[in-house]
Design a protein around this ligand. Sequence first.
Ligand code: NDP
Length: 247
Amino acid sequence: TTENISEKVIVITGASSGLGAAAAKYLSAQGAIVILGARRIERIQTLADEIINNGGRALAIATDVTKYQDVKALVDVAVSTYGHIDVMLNNAGIMPHSPLDRLRVDEWDKMVDVNLKGVMYGIAAALSYMKEQKFGHIINVSSVAGHKVSPGGAVYAATKHAVRALSEGLRQEVKGYNLRTTVISPGAVATELPDSISEEDVATGVKAFYESMAISPDSFARAVGYAISQPADVDINEILFRPTQQV
Ligand code: NDP
């Protein structure tokens, strides 16, 4: 177990895959209690069972982050079961890249709903408890695309820039409640994220790029662990990391 991680109650959205699942395994192995949210309940239940079989503590709750009631219920279950919430990890996201002139308005809507509004809902659900508690840590997942824009990724980058703006505003506003806020911006990490691309030519290009350099999701899990494990008076505001080979 690790000091400042052990015994912490950590809610993770998008825990059924990729970065969220890796964080859940890493943090639970260090003694944290993890509450896993995602739409695919079988996946998070299997992960929770695996964590429990390894001596950890975990709960799986079906959650669609585009529904505020779902996100609120996820956090409510964490607090009613364990008495409080230490960390809200707003990780769920999708990346259906396409050039704007393909007019995939349906996918633009989904990206805003999951990547931006989902994070807002996570903040809303956790903040009501954290204000009362006078402790807590909200960690939002942005991206290298929250710092730079590439062709085909305009809307995704817009949502990820927005997550950084939101996180910075949150950071400034919650001083009075003794809350920590961190935004983590990963580069290419090997997950199912490129599977969300429906335009075939775009998917082929992005997948080739990922296959050439994407790093293990453990990189993300360690970054989360670093931010959480700091002493309570240290707030890691932002972490930006990439594969060593990524421009
Ligand atoms: P994955 O596709 O592997 O995982 C995405 C997760 O988000 C899944 O658990 C999925 O669960 C969940 N999710 C998607 N839509 C919803 C929804 N409506 N409600 C609840 N959960 C949802 O991708 P990653 O692990 O890579 O992505 C995690 C985060 O990391 C995202 O925000 C992504 O933008 C960000 N990121 C990833 C990078 C990478 O290279 N991998 C780089 C930079 C940032 P389910 O489908 O079961 O609901």
